[in-house]
Design a binder for this molecule. Structure first.
Ligand SMILES: Cc1ncc(COP(=O)(O)O)c(C=O)c1O
Length: 250
């Protein structure tokens, strides 16, 4: 799907789908936030065409700027939306605990699927997490992590500004744990391969496009588990690797 400054664009020229999978609070990988107008339009489109929407809200706990926008699930009690949340970003991925908020009309139909999804052996983690939330530790942890990641994102922006001299564009950055930097006209797949040899694992922006012919190139940089002191040297290395890839460019 095409994504612009207001997030995912509804494609009126395509046949209506059965299911719409979207991450409106932070489109992956561009980081764009779906505007309120687009959310309402998408809900209306889904209602008109009988589609279900899956709202994958994987990191909205970390929104650093901009107006807070309600989840699509919460915009209307009867919205045809299944909301997915996760503790992978706010706590840690190997916890393997997420949650789903279903519209009332799906609760019964979803029972067999939920039974099939449930695996035994997670009771202790689930109970510990429930106590962690109930006793207020989770809210305190979120507040602390929000401060940490806000600062870290600002440090990454500053390092990019200082160290990355090739023409580039930050695609968004109102929150989350990654920043997407478009750098047009490079072989980003080759860049990522070379970066691995320097113990860096960015992702190549072009690989997220279905239509590679019209893909933008660049890097998706995660900063959740990288300390800010590593940013400047890492970006200097990337800059060194990018320069030869741009030879012959105007
Ligand atoms: C787009 C997106 N959705 C969801 C998730 C969370 O997945 P899980 O809860 O299975 O770890 C991630 C994690 O990286 C993600 O990038």
């Amino acid at each position: 799907m095409a994504v612009d400054n207001e997030g995912m664009r509804i494609a009126d020229d395509l046949p209506p789908p059965t299911l719409i999978f979207t991450s409106p609070s932070h489109q992956y990988p561009t980081g764009r936030v779906l505007s309120v107008a687009r959310r309402l339009a998408l809900l209306e489109y889904a209602r008109q065409h009988g589609c279900w929407i899956i709202e994958d809200d994987y990191d909205s706990e970390f929104r650093f700027s901009g107006e807070p926008i309600p989840a699509m699930r919460g915009m209307d009690d009867n919205a045809p939306v299944v909301y997915l949340g996760t503790f992978s970003k706010t706590l840690f991925p190997s916890l393997r605990i997420g949650f789903m908020v279903l519209p009332p009309m799906l609760v019964e139909a979803a029972q067999p699927a939920i039974r099939a999804l449930l695996r035994g052996g997670h009771r202790a983690e689930q109970r510990a997490l429930a106590s962690f939330i109930e006793e207020g530790h989770y809210a305190r942890h979120l507040a602390a992590m929000r401060r940490l990641y806000r600062k870290r994102q600002a440090q990454l922006r500053a390092a990019l500004e200082e160290e990355l001299s090739v023409p580039h564009q930050l695609m968004a950055g109102e929150g989350g744990l990654h920043m997407t930097v478009a750098i047009d006209g490079i072989d980003d797949v080759s860049l990522v391969r070379q970066a691995r040899a320097h113990q860096m694992t960015p992702s190549a922006l072009s690989t997220f496009y279905l239509d590679r012919q019209h893909a933008r190139t660049g890097l998706v940089l995660g900063y959740g588990n990288t300390s800010a002191s590593q940013f400047a040297p890492a970006i200097r290395t990337l800059q060194r690797l990018i320069a030869p890839l741009r030879r012959g460019q105007g």
